[in-house]
Design a protein around this ligand. Structure first.
Ligand SMILES: Cc1cc2nc3c(=O)[nH]c(=O)nc-3n(C[C@H](O)[C@H](O)[C@H](O)COP(=O)(O)O)c2cc1C
Length: 201
């Protein structure tokens, strides 16, 4: 099949776009409001965008609490959602009032970050502490505006659970990160293969 993405005439019961850009890593974003209310939510429009400096992004569909908090405080943390934490990750996606603490909702332990004034998930094996850099709005070539806004952050500090480091390398099969597929589906990183790039010997 082929369809026109602008008219989105795929004829399928569900829009396949997000299924086709998969797997998408999950940025499990923790932040707090200027009044001090802690917040936690998963974002799968999420990725690293630069390795030097370490920059990452997530996209918020509408001005959700995470985006509002980050604009207010200038900082946020990105927690790794592992397979063991999948149900807590899902519970933290509840659309609740801004002053409702999703750490509590999801049965998680909140702890302070080391370099920034934001909470993070104590159970998470990796936490990236970020400074807010920019928020970018999108529109199509024809000027139709998207309701998504992209938050760009600079990673200032990274916590890694020592137990997942083997011979100086992070063992991703110990972290078991989950990733978003389409529909209600997820995948988990359980298997790894390696390739040597041309010219890298
Ligand atoms: C796995 C997963 C991925 C999600 N990805 C996004 C996303 O990329 N952008 C978005 O706006 N909402 C996303 N959501 C929905 C938000 O997590 C949800 O709206 C949440 O209530 C937002 O919380 P906040 O208002 O505290 O930031 C996702 C939900 C789940 C379960």
């Amino acid at each position: 099949m082929f369809y026109n993405s602008q008219s989105n005439d795929h004829g399928l019961p569900h829009d396949p776009f997000k299924t086709l850009v998969a797997p998408r890593p999950i940025g499990w974003i923790s932040s707090k409001s200027k009044e001090g209310a802690s917040n936690l939510a998963p974002y799968s429009f999420f990725n690293a965008v630069s390795a030097q400096p370490n920059l990452l992004m997530f996209s918020s569909q509408g001005r959700k609490d995470s985006l509002l908090n980050i604009e207010e405080t200038g900082v946020f943390a990105c927690n790794l959602a592992s397979y063991d934490l999948r149900n807590a990750m899902n519970a933290s996606a509840a659309m609740v009032e801004r002053d409702v603490n999703e750490f509590t909702l999801a049965g998680l332990t909140e702890k302070p970050c080391q370099l920034i004034d934001a909470p993070c998930v104590a159970e998470s094996p990796v936490v990236m502490e970020c400074r807010f850099l920019d928020v970018i709005k999108f529109s199509s070539y024809e000027g139709i505006s998207s309701d998504y806004e992209m938050v760009l952050g600079e990673v200032l500090g990274i916590y890694i659970d020592d137990d997942v480091i083997e011979n100086g390398l992070v063992d991703i099969t110990k972290l078991r990160p989950i990733a978003r597929l389409g529909y209600k589906d997820y995948s988990v990183v359980d298997e790894v293969f390696s390739l040597v790039r041309p010219g890298d010997g």
